[in-house]
Design a protein. Structure first.
Length: 69
């Protein structure tokens, strides 16, 4: 149970820092691979390229953190 508590604290800290990041940088740049569809007053933003990039970065980070276990 102690390990679960530690993971929850780390997750909370990560979400807190992510929230601060979004407050400080409300307009994030779009990277190639992000899809924007505009039809009149209707806009859909699909962050495909951003999702792939974040997935790769988080995979590398988590592999480095949990490599020795």
């Amino acid at each position: 149970m102690k390990q679960v508590g530690l993971y929850l604290i780390l997750l909370s800290l990560f979400l807190f820092l992510l929230g601060i990041f979004f407050i400080l940088f409300p307009r994030l740049p779009r990277i190639p691979g992000d899809i924007v569809l505009r039809r009149g007053r209707f806009t859909i933003f699909i962050p495909l390229g951003t999702s792939i990039l974040l997935s790769l970065l988080l995979t590398l980070l988590l592999n480095l953190l949990f490599r020795g276990k």
